[in-house]
Write a protein that binds this ligand. Structure first.
Ligand SMILES: [Zn+2]
Ligand SMILES: [Zn+2]
Ligand SMILES: [Zn+2]
Ligand SMILES: [Zn+2]
Ligand SMILES: [Zn+2]
Ligand SMILES: [Zn+2]
Ligand SMILES: [Zn+2]
Length: 443
């Protein structure tokens, strides 16, 4: 008995004998056992009342050793052993002999869930597995229903999953059969409504019928043979619209006359525009400095023409004496005029009706000079000038019709003098007409 009690004290992990006092009041079993242990060291025969004290000890009231785990049992120490045979907190070897010590109360769980020697039935396929194999089977049972990894919301047995993902899953990626890009299956329909490669019917219902969406614009502009197109004489005013091909060809044949008339009126209209533009251009390019340098080219042929015919007069472009001044024009008779006819070059100036005549002072009274340039290295220019005679009618304000006579020098330079120096060079001569406003007050 003593030996077995000693065994118990060991099993029970009682506190050491050196520090009993503080626990005495708390734990009845402690004091009981501590007071009895010294008897172990003595021989049983030498102590006559040993069985009495043992009886005392065995009769003392103790708690179950699993008191702290929750066992409420409390009785005489001698009944503890028997209690432990049934105490649900006491550990016993696993029924499956897996080697683990398991409290009775946990045995059912252990046998069911954690014992490596247990036999378990898979809840999905119904097959039996030893514990360790079950752990491997968990998570790969082909009959276990699981959610599709593509998050399509479908739950189906593991064995069908790969087929589902390849063929049925609405979240699988599949290529658009028109543009070949990959799309999630349930968005493909939407994609088709805007995919550039999807064939769409030609709105003209031409023989091509369908054309990829992105090519339709080009098709309609350039290729559709059912397209109404405008006659090429549209700009000239033809309103005809027709299908390309025979219908347009027929129109071209039938409308030659009409097209010609349209073109004629277009040309006339353009001609008028050109004239207007030319006038505007010459108006803005008129000299306004009071000086005209007049370049007369092709002198030889012009002189011959003047000699062969009476009254051939060369007219300069008009020029103004200032921005808002008198409008003048020079003229030259290469074979002379009046007193210089046949022997001299004659030069004249004539007053044209100008834009600002109403504001100018009349008669015209500027000094006018003519210069014939000598084009040699050391020039000897010929200059003639005059101050207008206010009584002469040529210097009065001109009427709207510019029929006034010019004023100038019939015998400006003789043909002989002309040959002496390089007044004509490269078949060209230069005459400057200069109006000096210093003697008059214009606007
Ligand atoms: Zn117990
Ligand atoms: Zn076990
Ligand atoms: Zn299974
Ligand atoms: Zn799916
Ligand atoms: Zn596409
Ligand atoms: Zn078409
Ligand atoms: Zn036409």
């Amino acid at each position: 008995m003593v030996r077995s009690l000693a065994l118990w004290t060991k099993t029970l992990s009682f506190p050491t004998r050196n520090s009993p006092s503080t626990r005495q009041s708390k734990d009845k079993i402690n004091s009981t056992i501590l007071s009895s242990t010294p008897t172990k060291d003595k021989t049983p025969a030498s102590t006559p009342d040993i069985s009495d004290s043992e009886k005392d000890i065995m009769g003392s009231t103790v708690y179950c050793i699993h008191h702290k785990e929750g066992c409420k049992w409390s009785d005489q120490l001698r009944k503890l052993k028997a209690h432990l045979q049934t105490c649900k907190y006491d550990s016993i070897p696993c029924n499956n002999k897996c080697g683990a010590q398991i409290p009775r109360i946990l045995m059912e769980d252990h046998l069911k869930y954690t014992c490596p020697e247990r036999i378990a039935k898979c809840e999905f396929c119904g097959l039996d597995f030893p514990g360790s194999a079950m752990e491997e089977h968990n998570g790969c049972c082909p009959l276990e229903p699981i959610y599709c990894e593509n998050k399509c919301g479908q739950k189906l047995q593991r064995r069908y999953l790969s087929r589902h993902k390849a063929n049925d899953c609405c979240k699988r990626l599949i290529p658009c059969r028109y543009c070949n890009n990959q799309y999630v299956a349930d968005t493909l329909q939407t994609h088709h409504t805007k995919c550039a490669r999807v064939p769409v019917p030609c709105p003209n219902r031409c023989e091509l019928m369908v054309v990829p969406r992105e090519d339709m614009e080009t098709h309609l502009k350039e290729h559709c043979n059912l397209l109404l197109s405008c006659c090429v004489f549209k700009e000239a005013g033809c309103r005809f619209k027709g299908l390309r091909g025979p219908s347009m060809d027929r129109h071209m044949e039938e409308s030659v006359q009409q097209h010609l008339m349209l073109m004629c009126s277009l040309v006339t209209k353009q001609q008028n525009q050109i004239t207007t533009l030319k006038n505007a251009l010459s108006r803005i390019s008129l000299h306004q400095s009071g000086t005209l340098v007049w370049k007369i080219t092709d002198y030889g042929s012009k002189f011959d023409e003047a000699r062969g015919k009476d009254g051939v007069e060369l007219i300069s472009s008009p020029f103004y004496t200032s921005q808002f001044g008198y409008k003048l024009q020079a003229s030259v008779f290469l074979n002379g005029n009046g007193a210089g006819e046949g022997t001299h070059i004659s030069v004249y100036i004539k007053i044209l009706p100008g834009e600002y005549d109403a504001l100018l002072r009349w008669p015209f009274a500027h000094t006018v000079s003519f210069t014939l340039f000598d084009q040699s290295e050391k020039p000897y220019n010929i200059v003639e000038s005059f101050v207008p005679d206010p009584t002469w009618e040529n210097f009065q304000r001109p009427s709207k019709e510019p029929d006034s006579l010019g004023f100038g020098f019939p015998r400006f330079v003789s043909h002989d003098t002309l040959k002496k120096r390089q007044f004509v060079k490269d078949d060209t001569l230069f005459i400057r007409v200069k109006v000096d406003p210093s003697k008059i007050v214009a606007v």
